[in-house]
Ligand binder design. Structure first.
Ligand SMILES: NC(=O)c1ccc[n+]([C@@H]2O[C@H](COP(=O)([O-])OP(=O)(O)OC[C@H]3O[C@@H](n4cnc5c(N)ncnc54)[C@H](O)[C@@H]3O)[C@@H](O)[C@H]2O)c1
Length: 254
């Protein structure tokens, strides 16, 4: 089954984790993919893996917090592949893990908002301009989080940004439905990626407490999240607009 034959995908945060798994899943279904990331070496490795499937990938070094870089990356994607059908706005950072709100560092807070929130806005804006310019009926999937629906201690900036990504997804979905562009969000629970590597014993203990509460009794593999992202981007989700799809092993059902 090749749901994305001849489709062009602009994907951020493709160097590792969910982004890499998603790039590979699109590649296996026939898409051409621009892998955008700040991490050059591992993003090039993703492109190598994409090309090994027989699909075509390119790397574009992009900091999603920079409007100029995002606009240039979307322009290059369109120039290289002749259009843009799908935007996967997935790049993200965690910020700090152990600071309560009254001691959370302002610079860290601002950077998390810049990357996780403004970055998604800038990507959507540039993708929408490209899609509208060519009257493409496309799809956009923003990676939010289950923390776009729920709170969690010591993650004030991350939780704020992900809630706002849900808000932007809903607002934008209502604006572009008439243009035939569907916008949704993916909301993973805990996923086995570099972001969830626990370095300190304290972090490990906290993570263990959260993980043991997951009804599925395990964290997700990035490939499982990629499948759900592809669903949202595909015609199988033709009646989904402004939806936040939670894949969290049952945490939210508790
Ligand atoms: N891992 C989880 O448990 C989990 C849960 C819910 C949501 N998410 C979200 O999923 C997305 C992917 O995260 P992941 O778990 O694969 O983590 P990850 O750290 O493996 O991937 C994040 C990617 O974003 C890139 N990135 C960071 N800052 C960037 C910037 N300014 N510009 C461009 N690229 C940048 C990184 O280089 C990396 O490739 C993130 O938005 C994250 O918040 C992750």
């Amino acid at each position: 089954m090749a749901r994305f034959e001849n489709k062009v995908v602009f994907l951020t945060g493709g160097a590792t984790g969910i982004g890499r798994a998603t790039a590979l899943a699109f590649a296996r279904e026939g898409a051409r993919i621009a892998v955008c990331d700040v991490a050059e070496e591992s993003a090039q490795e993703t492109v190598h893996l994409v090309n090994a499937t027989g699909a075509k990938g390119i790397f574009i070094k992009t900091d999603v917090a920079s409007a100029q870089e995002v606009e240039a990356a979307v322009r290059r994607t369109v120039a290289e592949f002749g259009g843009l059908h799908i935007g996967i706005n997935n790049a993200g950072i965690e910020g700090s893990r152990d600071k309560a709100t009254h001691e959370y560092d302002e610079t860290t807070f601002r950077r998390v908002i810049d990357v996780n929130l403004t970055g998604v806005f800038l990507c959507m804006k540039a993708e929408l301009q490209a899609m509208l310019g060519s009257k493409t009926q496309g799809a956009i999937v923003n990676t939010a989080s289950f923390l776009g629906h729920f709170g969690m201690p010591f993650h004030i900036a991350y939780v704020a940004a992900k809630h706002a990504v849900m808000g932007m997804t809903r607002a934008a979905a209502t604006e572009y439905s008439r243009a035939g562009i569907r916008i949704n969000a993916m909301c993973p629970g805990f996923v086995d990626t570099p972001m969830t590597v626990m370095e300190t014993e304290k972090d490990k203990a906290v993570a263990e407490r959260y993980y043991s509460a997951i009804p599925a009794k395990r964290v997700a593999q990035p490939e499982e999240i990629a499948k759900a992202i592809l669903f949202l981007a595909s015609d199988d989700a033709s009646y989904l607009y402004g939806h936040g799809l939670i894949a969290d092993g049952g945490l939210a059902a508790m």
